[in-house]
Design a binder for this molecule. Structure first.
Ligand SMILES: C[S@@+](CC[C@H](N)C(=O)[O-])C[C@H]1O[C@@H](n2cnc3c(N)ncnc32)[C@H](O)[C@@H]1O
Length: 279
């Protein structure tokens, strides 16, 4: 066995150790990206090898906390990909408007920028007060930030530009109050939101949803885990429910492809077909 094979074996054992000790299952994450992150932490903490890291994380929960943040990449922004939100306004909202009550799930919501963006769209389209939003992530640290709705002020210029490109109808400043180096999102934007812990690799179905957003999460998963998650979404959506993925993700290579039809192909907005198995 050469050095690379030994390192890959150590990596496999490390992921198993994390799962058995802490219950977080990274075993079906895309290997290259997870290995890059582990090796980065190895160098910055000056550990000699992955086995030494395994020993450290088994006995030091704070170290695992830091590693967990490394492994869950939390990059996000308000109105990320503005054209996506424009497509939601133009092609999804008119169909949601027909429903008396709405349930929306943001899976892998990170620090919540996506959730606040969608809440703004729903408000401007007059749907917010009849919507229940579930915003979930596996990472408690980012969920806490999402719940607080406090963001660094230095992103504001870009967020305002994104909001306008996404078809924003107001002044973006109506939705936050600015402080010295941060902004606090308007409380009303989280009135209909329930933030909670949910792990797509290990947890179950999440109710009868009309729309599920899971953007820029599946890129970190291997094909088997993607299929598990697509199945979870299939089971969680009601007939005609919408599934929204990130720009680099697609349902088309998965075993669940046939269950979904395109709504806006280029924005990765799909719709669950009406069940075929009702006799
Ligand atoms: C790159 S961020 C995407 C945030 C947001 N959806 C967006 O598109 O801007 C990926 C998020 O997925 C979360 N995540 C990774 N693996 C997960 C899992 N197994 N279950 C739930 N969330 C997960 C991470 O904690 C992180 O917050």
């Amino acid at each position: 066995m050469d050095d690379i094979e030994t390192q890959n074996l150590e990596l496999q054992l490390l992921l198993q150790a994390i799962y058995l000790k802490y219950g977080y299952d990274f075993r079906n994450y895309a290997k290259a990206s997870i290995k890059r992150r582990i090796l980065h932490r190895l160098t910055s903490d000056k550990l000699p090898n992955i086995s030494a890291m395994q020993h450290r994380l088994l006995y030091d929960e704070a170290f695992f906390g830091r590693l967990l943040l490394d492994l869950s990449i939390n990059v996000t922004e308000m109105f990320r990909d503005p054209n996506f939100y424009l497509a939601i306004r133009q092609h999804v909202i008119p169909q949601l408007r027909e429903l008396p009550y709405l349930k929306i799930w943001h899976a892998g919501c990170s620090t919540g920028e996506e959730v606040y963006s969608m809440a703004i769209v729903l408000k401007e389209e007059g749907l917010y007060d009849r919507t229940q939003i579930y915003a979930t992530d596996m990472n408690e640290v980012v969920l806490r930030q999402a719940r607080e709705g406090i963001f660094a002020i230095n992103h504001l210029k870009q967020y305002t530009a994104n909001y306008q490109k996404a078809g924003g109808q107001e002044s973006f400043s109506n939705y936050y109050s600015a402080h010295y180096d941060h902004v606090v999102m308007d409380k009303s934007l989280k009135k209909r939101v329930l933030f909670s812990d949910h792990n797509l690799a290990t947890d179950g179905v999440f109710g009868e949803m009309n729309l599920i957003m899971c953007r820029n999460v599946l890129i970190y998963f291997d094909r088997d885990l993607q299929n598990r998650v697509f199945n979870l979404f299939k089971e969680s959506l009601c007939d005609n429910g919408f599934l929204c993925l990130g720009s680099k993700e697609s349902i088309r290579l998965s075993v669940h492809s046939n269950t979904f039809e395109d709504v806006v192909k280029e924005e990765k907005i799909y719709r669950k077909k009406i069940s075929q198995n009702i006799l």
